[in-house]
Design a protein around this ligand. Structure first.
Ligand code: BGC
Length: 805
């Protein structure tokens, strides 16, 4: 970079001064400025109070809707008290800001949610400009794309809004494992599988950070339930942790080096994650080489001093009690100031990369049109066609009129609630999407639904930030109405909607995991009427997480899993059902036949214990007198490593739709499997994938490895690679190659704390899903190989049965 004449003059004066014109003492008094001098000198020049303020955020202004519920109390307490004289909300609606020390060149950092796009206030008092952000599709949809290049583009667009709205860190992506379909935040997360989770996260992080802003992967770790989330103690074996719950984080850290990791609210094996030296230092930094900073989830943990010692550098949103405790601990010798200096150093290290530190002049005008296009492309890529009897889809030529049933056809759900929600400028409903695509939507039915929904909404209670919005129940669609619509329309679309968000888990009952009687009746009545008229019915699932499908999936002609696809949802559904785009999404989590089939159904969301005493030190408990005794406070991961398809396949439990499943308007053939050696002399497995149908399409090719049981028990098979082909024209072929690394054959042996590829015969399976095996071969590993020994960490703090018997 060219130095201006003015800068050179200042530099010259300074050097001259130090050369003798000024005294040495005067020179030393010029405070060291971050970015210009060794950061250690900056730290040495900080007062203890400044250090303690830097590792604690400046408080927060609570979002609208924070009143009256227990979860609100969870977020309030004294945490809104600023560290400084006032809460520094540099960007309206951001979740937090860090402390600045102007005399040392330390600028503030602004942190804002979340995983589906930037969450800030769209309007500001006394300002006519707007600050809307793009609502991208939710995590479950993004993972269903299996398309790391596309997710990178989503990350770039999201990161660009972060940059252009003056924010330094995005509080996303979220990446916990879908252990159980009822976790209220599954929509923010990706998959039941750690490889999909890790690879999709790594792409997202790279995309976000390509814009010069930070990504924050969260919530680290084993935060797989929301019920009583600030007090839940998770008991899980070292092997399940390493192979399932930590593995995605490892991949993301090693491949993408996120600027930040957010520790979670829960405890693991008796210790809050934000206070766990094992997790934040031994595993994250020593084993994986993480270089960034760790922040708490908002008001997470209980002991600021323990958090510093564990390596949790930043306490968010921050309050003066925390900084006071840190100061006192240094003064009384219970916290070595060197530990605090390390926390500070890690914050300053990342801080120097932020746009605010660099003085970036943000525009507040990102290219919203370009980002909407990215959101639309991504959403279409991740919708999953679950059923398509007799080519019911795409709409046949000449289709004109569509009858849209179901409240969510009109009131589309673009994303989940809580901090994962985005304030977008508009959203496209299914009806609007169909109209935009040139179809006529049955006006009589629109009128009926408009009147019904408007009336129904009058009776709905207002919902708080941590509550899932109540919805109008589906109307009783009579045979007469359905018959009338069938005569006047070419197709029936029936939308089923579900929503959820942080602070609550979903229920396994009707209206959530299972359909209500009215929903089931709607599907059958409408389908009957349309069949009688020689026409077809299509169910659209506008949901964020897994639901029950087995009891009704035989009724409609087709089922499209649209997920919560962001602001363009309606347009994207229209793109697929019209045939403009051939669906290519596949499931990244299993749809079980019934909830009781889920391996963790017996221990979710945990057991109720009397924890009042245990939680006395918790910030939340200190201000709300502890969790109500009816809330579960301990959860034991009894299923061990058998999560998702690892369980269903190993224990021969048939799912409704399996992991990796998804239909296309075309067909693919896999042929010519061959095992060779690649340029780096590693075994490489190749296969030719040919489009054998008559429509261009893309296929997600999946590599599973079945390891031999040796000293360690192994799941039937595990995903070890995936690749989404380019758009293949009919008849076109693409050769796909996977390198078989030793790591992909290894399991974690807790006895030696190492990854071991045991000797024996490994099945190498290429599939179109976890159960649709297309080609198979094997590989013999002649010796036991120990790959990497990890820190001994996160052992069980008491004798508890965690593995499946
Ligand atoms: C959520 C985090 C979020 C934070 C800031 C917490 O309640 O768990 O995911 O980033 O709030 O809004």
């Amino acid at each position: 970079m060219k130095k201006s004449g003015k800068t050179l003059a200042v530099l010259f004066t300074f050097l001259m001064a130090c050369a003798g014109i000024m005294t040495l003492t005067q020179c030393e008094k010029t405070p060291p400025m971050l970015g210009k001098t060794d950061p250690n000198k900056v730290i040495a020049a900080m007062t203890l109070e400044e250090k303690a303020a830097l590792v604690v955020g400046t408080g927060m202004i609570l979002p609208a809707g924070f009143s009256g519920t227990t979860d609100v109390a969870e977020k309030s307490g004294d945490a809104a008290t600023p560290v400084a004289a006032e809460i520094k909300e540099l960007v309206s609606g951001a979740a937090g800001t860090t402390y600045s020390v102007p005399r040392l060149g330390i600028t503030a950092m602004v942190l804002a949610d979340g995983p589906a796009g930037l969450r800030i206030n769209p309007t500001r008092t006394g300002d006519t400009n707007t600050y809307y952000a793009t609502a991208f599709p939710v995590g479950t949809l993004l993972a269903s794309t299996w398309d790391t290049e596309l997710v990178l583009k989503v990350g770039e667009a999201m990161g660009n809004e972060v940059l252009e709205y003056g924010v330094d860190f995005l509080l996303g992506p979220g990446m916990n494992i879908h252990r159980n379909p009822l976790c209220g935040r599954n929509f923010e997360y990706y998959s039941e599988d750690p490889l999909v989770t890790g690879k999709i996260t790594a792409s997202m992080v790279k995309g976000i950070q390509s814009q010069g802003v930070g990504a924050t992967i969260k919530h680290f770790a084993a935060n797989n339930a929301e019920t009583n989330r600030m007090n839940l103690d998770t008991y899980v074996s070292e092997r399940a942790l390493r192979e399932i719950y930590l593995e995605g984080y490892r991949i993301a850290v090693e491949e993408a080096q996120p600027w930040a990791v957010m520790s979670s609210y829960n405890k693991i094996n008796g210790t809050y994650t934000s206070e766990s030296y094992d997790l934040l230092t031994k595993v994250l930094r020593d084993d994986w080489g993480f270089k960034g900073l760790v922040m708490t989830d908002w008001m997470g943990g209980s002991d600021p001093v323990a958090q510093m010692k564990a390596g949790n550098d930043l306490l968010m949103p921050g309050n003066t009690t925390q900084s006071d405790k840190i100061i006192a601990a240094v003064k009384d010798g219970t916290l070595d100031e060197k530990v605090l200096d390390n926390n500070v150093a890690r914050i300053l290290n990342v801080q120097q990369k932020t746009p605010r530190f660099k003085g970036y002049a943000y525009s507040n005008k990102p290219d919203m049109k370009a980002h909407a296009d990215v959101a639309r492309k991504a959403a279409v890529d991740g919708m999953v066609l679950l059923k398509n009897s007799e080519k019911a889809l795409p709409f046949k030529e000449g289709t004109k009129t569509i009858a849209a049933f179901g409240n969510t056809s009109y009131d589309i759900i673009t994303g989940g609630t809580g901090s994962g929600n985005v304030n977008e400028a508009y959203s496209v409903s299914l009806v609007d999407g169909l109209k935009n695509a040139g179809y006529t939507v049955n006006e009589d039915l629109i009128k009926i639904y408009d009147a019904y929904i408007t009336e129904g909404k009058k009776n709905l209670p207002a919902t708080g930030f941590f509550e899932t919005p109540k919805t109008v129940p589906e109307m009783d669609v009579t045979g007469a109405v359905a018959g009338k619509m069938a005569r006047a329309s070419d197709y029936a679309l029936i939308t089923i909607g579900r929503n959820s968000g942080e602070g609550n888990d979903r229920s396994s009952g009707e209206g959530d995991f299972t359909l209500t009687a009215a929903e089931k009746k709607m599907i059958s009545t409408v389908t009957d009427a349309f069949h009688k008229a020689g026409k077809k019915s299509i169910v659209i699932l506008n949901i964020g997480g897994v639901i029950e499908t087995a009891s009704w999936r035989d009724i409609p002609d087709a089922i499209l899993l649209a997920w919560q696809a962001g602001q363009e949802t309606g347009n994207c559904i229209a793109d697929i059902i019209s045939g403009k785009v051939n669906p290519s999404g596949k499931l990244a989590s299993t749809f079980p036949i019934k909830y009781e089939d889920v391996p963790s159904s017996g221990n979710f969301p945990g057991v109720v214990l009397d924890t009042a005493a245990e939680d006395a030190g918790n910030i939340q408990a200190a201000t709300t007198a502890g969790p109500p005794p009816s809330k579960p406070s301990e959860i034991v991961y009894k299923e061990g490593i058998y999560v998702g398809y690892r369980y269903y396949d190993s224990f021969k439990v048939a799912p409704s739709y399996e992991f990796g499943y998804g239909l296309s308007y075309t067909t693919f053939e896999y042929g010519n499997i061959r095992l060779g050696i690649d340029a780096s002399r590693k075994p490489a497995l190749s296969v030719d994938v040919t489009n054998t149908g008559d429509t261009a399409g893309r296929e997600v090719v999946q590599l599973y490895i079945g390891a031999p049981s040796g000293k360690l028990e192994k799941p039937e098979k595990e995903l070890k690679g995936f690749y989404k082909t380019k758009l293949l024209a009919p008849g076109e072929k693409e050769a796909v190659t996977f390198v078989i690394s030793q790591r992909s054959m290894a399991s974690f042996d807790a006895a030696t704390s190492s990854w071991v590829a045991e000797k024996g015969r490994y099945r190498l399976i290429l599939g179109a899903s976890s159960r649709d095996v297309r080609q198979e071969t094997y590989f013999d590993n002649v010796n036991d190989v120990t790959l990497k020994t990890e820190s001994k960490a996160l052992t069980l703090s008491r004798n508890i049965e965690v593995e499946k018997e």
